[in-house]
Design a binder for this molecule. Structure first.
Ligand SMILES: Cc1cc2nc3c(=O)[nH]c(=O)nc-3n(C[C@H](O)[C@H](O)[C@H](O)COP(=O)(O)OP(=O)(O)OC[C@H]3O[C@@H](n4cnc5c(N)ncnc54)[C@H](O)[C@@H]3O)c2cc1C
Length: 380
């Protein structure tokens, strides 16, 4: 017999009469729980999180409030087709709007500093294709961004920001950045304040929702049953739903110590979004290089590797801060959920079991909207 037994009190007060159980307390799970509770205020909603904090990507990302650099959108147009690419842009813009409205700019540390894309000598063909397509994208994006020229050339700012090896730069004035920790903290508070119970340190190992109520088994060994279940475990989706096309993709970042008189302000992308950096608290947060080790990074293991960290440090010293002394204060990784198609899976698994997973590396942007979408599905 498993050594852990729930007491009568624990059973009665924490694991009985649950209308909705959400598995995973990332941005999607919390938004799903919150949206469900708004729709059904008397519902008993429980969120279960396997770690001491949400421990996937939502507290470990770069905090770009972005909908794609121009070269990323051009690549998406090629691989997904025009309609699917613009649908995804719209989802990201709507999701960011919801994130800001639901929690408030001050609570999430939102700053509208804009986004930039850098082009080095080796990126010249990429830059040419961006120039060729800029007018088309500006005209098509106007209805989403309400800006005549979402993308503009910004070569003049390269020397002010101090970048080396950078031939050209494009600006996107419709993007911003958030403080990821503030955002997740205020989302957790909003959920708790609305009466949602969040329990950390237990994981759901199995569920059976074939008919009627859904029974779930925890890693502590006890089972309980709920009316409805929403799975929002993103990169870890296959543990519970092995049939889904979701693969883990680790993303590594580093952050410098504060740098006096830092002139760099905004969210920056290069190499089709595979590298990204931003300012935060007078520091530079820099991540990427996954494309230099795709196989190694297809893992749910939260680690950092010398190969990627060296690459990031080298580019930081040579391109981003070439004339500025800096030290690295911290390094970490998070795990994203990707798949053969770029975009989320939001669907019913059975009558009372639903999922919203595979945020494709853009959950800050789409997470609020996707949470609401799956809550709506579960409320019907
Ligand atoms: C380094 C990095 C940078 C990024 N930068 C950006 C960015 O700038 N902009 C942007 O839009 N997106 C960015 N992303 C992507 C974004 O962070 C994710 O898409 C988003 O956080 C996914 O949210 P989620 O709620 O779906 O998943 P997660 O945040 O991963 O949450 C899933 C949760 O489920 C829990 N869990 C898993 N299995 C179980 C189980 N069996 N039982 C209980 N709990 C379980 C996990 O512990 C985890 O907390 C970045 C990601 C990374 C890693």
């Amino acid at each position: 017999m498993h050594p852990f037994q729930l007491s009568y009190w624990e059973q009665k007060s924490f694991f009985s009469n649950i209308d909705l159980l959400v598995v995973g307390s990332g941005i999607v799970g919390l938004n799903a729980a919150w949206a469900f509770k708004k729709r059904q205020p008397s519902a008993n909603v429980l969120v279960i999180e396997k770690s001491f904090l949400p421990y996937g990507a939502s507290t470990r990302n770069a905090g770009f409030a972005c909908f794609g650099s121009l070269s990323e959108l051009i690549e998406d147009k090629k691989t997904m087709g025009e309609k699917a690419m613009f649908d995804l842009v719209e989802k990201r813009i709507r999701g960011l709007d919801k994130l800001r409205k639901n929690l408030g700019d001050e609570s999430i540390g939102y700053k509208h500093y804009g986004g930039y894309e850098l082009f080095r000598k080796s990126d010249f063909p990429l830059y040419e294709s961006c120039l060729n397509e800029m007018q088309y994208f500006n005209e098509s994006l106007e209805k989403y961004t309400q800006q005549k020229s979402t993308f503009e050339m910004k070569d003049a700012s390269i020397s002010h920001m101090g970048f080396a090896e950078t031939e050209h730069m494009l600006w996107n004035n419709a993007e911003g950045q958030i403080d990821t920790g503030m955002m997740m903290n205020s989302l957790l508070s909003a959920c708790r304040n609305s009466g949602i119970q969040i329990l950390n340190g237990i994981s759901i190992e199995r569920f059976d929702g074939a008919q009627g109520r859904v029974s779930v088994l925890t890693d502590a060994g006890f089972e309980f049953s709920v009316k409805k279940l929403i799975i929002t475990t993103n990169a870890f989706a296959k543990d519970l739903l092995p049939e889904l096309e979701v693969e883990p993709a680790r993303a590594q970042v580093l952050i410098t110590a504060p740098i006096p008189n830092l002139n760099i302000k905004g969210c920056f992308h290069f190499d089709r979004g595979y590298y990204y950096f931003r300012n935060i608290d007078n520091r530079i947060l820099f991540g990427g290089a996954r494309n230099s080790a795709f196989e190694d990074e297809a893992t749910t293991y939260f680690g950092i590797t010398q190969t990627i960290q060296h690459k990031l440090e080298h580019i930081l010293a040579e391109t981003i801060l070439p004339n500025t002394p800096f030290t690295i204060e911290n390094r970490w990784s998070g795990i994203m959920g990707l798949g053969p198609k770029k975009g989320p899976i939001v669907k019913a698994i059975s009558a009372n079991v639903f999922c919203a997973v595979r945020m494709s590396g853009m959950g800050v942007a789409i997470g609020s909207e996707i949470g609401e979408d799956v809550a709506k599905l579960a409320s019907n």
